[in-house]
Design a binder for this molecule. Structure first.
Ligand code: GMT
Length: 389
C-alpha cells in the first residue's frame, strides 16, 4: 500500500507512534509519505519507500493565525495526486483529521477516492477537543473518517462519552520495539549518576502540566527524606539511597526545578532535558514515575517497562491497561503523594520484589505491546478500508 501519514513532528507520544508506525510499515514493504510541518523527530532517515513532505504555510499580513489546516489539506491533495496514496492516516484529531476529511472531499470531486484513518491519541479527546471552540469540528472529523482507532479502551469509551459520534472505534494500543528498548549494560553511566549505589528514579515527559512533574519531585523528596536503601544494605533505614533523573523539557520544567530546590533535594536530582536515545537512560533506571493527571496510554511508561523498569503511576485513564497493579508496578490515586512514595519504597527496599516486577514489566511489553504484534493490526484496519469494508 502507499500510505500518507500526518502527525505532530515534535516530542510527544502521538508523533513517536506515528513515526515508528511509518518506519515499520516501510520496513514491511509499504510506501510511506510523511506529511508534516517538520521532519518527525524519530525519522532519522528517508529512503526510497519513505518520503517526507514539508507543509509550508504562506504568511500574509492579513493572517493573524496562519491557516495551517488548509495548507496541510492542500499538501495532502498534492501528495495523494502525485504519489498515488491508497490511504491517509492522521494522528491526533486536531486539526489533522479535519484537513484529511477536507482533502478527501476535494479529491472525490476530482474522481479520486482515498480513505481516511484517524487515530485518537489523548488531549485531542480528553482536553483540547472537548473545548467548545473545537468540539463540533472534532465530532465531524471523527464521524467523517472512514476508520477511527484509539490507543486504549479507556480512550474509546471516553470518546463515546464526551462526543456525539457514532463511528466505530477500534482499539489499537501503543507499541514498542523491544529489540531497541531493552536493558543495556551501562554501568559507567549509572556509576556517574549514582556513585554510592543509590537507586535511580526516572521520569520522561514533555513537562506539560498534565504530567504533574511537581508530584514527581514531591514523591522523590519524601522518599529521599525517609530513605530507600534496600533491605540487607547496612544503610537500610537511613535517609537517602535514591537519585532522580528528569528527562525532557517543556513549560513546567522551571517550576519542577524550583520545587526540587525548595524541597532541598536539588543536589539529588538531575534535569537533563530532551534526550535520545532514551533507552540508554532507561537502562540505568530502577523505577519509572508517571503521576500524570491524564494519560490515555502512557507510551513513556511502556518504553520503560520494555527496559525492565517497574512503574509507579497514577490510577487514571488508560494506565491500568498498561501497568498491572502489583505485577509490573503499582497504581495509586491521582495526587496521592503518600501512596506513591510508599509504593516506590516498597519496590526499592525489597530486591526480590523489584526483580520480579522488572521481569514482569519486560515480559508484558514483549507479549502484549511488541511492535510486530501491533503493526499488523493497523495493516488489517487499512486493508478493510481499502477493500471498501
Ligand atoms: O498529550 C496528548 O494528548 C498528545 C499525545 C502526544 O502527542 O504526546 O499524547 C498521548 O498520546 C500518546 C501516544 O498514543 C499516549 O501514550 C499518551 O498517553 C497520550 N498523552 C496523554 O493522554 C496526556
Amino acid at each position: 500500500m502507499t500510505i500518507g501519514i500526518t502527525c505532530y513532528p515534535t516530542f510527544g507520544g502521538s508523533g513517536v507512534v506515528a513515526t515508528e508506525l511509518g518506519k515499520a510499515l516501510a520496513a514491511r514493504g509499504h510506501t510511506v509519505h510523511f506529511i508534516a510541518y517538520a521532519l518527525p523527530l524519530r525519522l532519522e532517515h528517508v529512503a526510497q519507500n519513505l518520503t517526507f513532505h514539508e507543509v509550508r504555510v504562506n504568511t500574509y499580513p492579513l493572517f493573524e493565525y496562519p491557516p495551517y489546516a488548509l495548507a496541510l489539506a492542500s499538501k495532502m491533495i498534492d501528495v495523494a495526486t502525485h504519489d498515488g496514496l491508497d490511504l491517509l492516516h492522521v494522528h491526533y484529531a486536531i486539526p489533522h483529521a479535519t484537513s484529511a476529511v477536507l482533502a478527501q472531499q476535494i479529491l472525490r470531486s476530482k474522481g479520486v477516492e482515498i480513505p481516511v484513518v484517524t487515530t485518537l491519541h489523548g488531549t485531542d479527546i480528553t482536553l483540547v477537543g472537548k473545548d467548545p471552540s473545537f468540539k463540533p469540528v472534532v465530532e465531524h472529523a471523527i464521524d467523517a473518517s472512514d476508520g477511527v482507532t484509539a490507543v486504549s479502551d479507556w480512550l474509546r469509551r471516553e470518546t463515546y462519552a464526551s462526543f456525539d459520534v457514532s463511528r466505530e472505534i477500534e482499539v489499537i494500543p501503543n507499541f514498542v520495539d523491544t529489540e531497541r528498548f531493552q536493558r543495556q549494560p551501562k554501568d559507567h553511566f549509572k556509576q556517574a549518576i549514582a556513585p554510592d549505589g543509590e537507586r535511580l528514579l526516572v521520569h520522561v515527559s514533555n513537562f506539560r502540566r498534565v504530567k504533574r512533574t511537581g508530584d514527581v519531585v514531591d514523591v522523590f523528596a519524601r522518599l529521599h527524606a525517609e530513605g530507600a536503601w534496600p533491605e540487607g544494605d547496612p544503610r537500610h533505614g537511613e535517609a537517602g539511597g535514591v537519585k532522580l533523573l528528569m528527562v525532557g523539557d517543556g513549560p513546567e520544567r522551571a517550576a519542577a526545578e524550583a520545587r526540587a530546590r525548595e524541597a532541598g533535594v536539588w543536589g539529588e536530582v538531575r534535569f537533563i532535558g530532551k534526550q535520545e536515545p532514551v533507552e540508554e537512560i532507561l537502562s540505568i533506571a530502577d523505577l519509572f514515575l508517571m503521576p500524570s493527571g491524564s494519560e490515555t496510554f502512557g507510551l513513556a511508561a511502556l518504553e520503560a517497562m520494555a527496559c525492565g523498569v517497574p512503574v509507579v503511576s497514577s490510577d487514571i485513564g488508560g494506565l491500568p491497561e498498561l501497568n498491572v497493579e502489583g505485577v509490573t508496578g503499582f497504581l495509586r490515586p491521582l495526587g496521592d503523594i503518600d501512596g506513591m512514595t510508599a509504593a516506590a519504597r516498597e519496590i526499592l527496599s525489597h530486591p526480590a520484589l523489584h526483580a520480579r516486577m522488572a521481569a514482569a514489566a519486560r515480559e508484558r511489553a514483549v507479549t502484549e505491546f511488541e511492535i510486530d504484534r501491533i503493526v499488523p493490526r493497523y495493516e488489517a484496519h487499512y486493508a478493510r478500508l481499502v477493500a471498501g469494508g
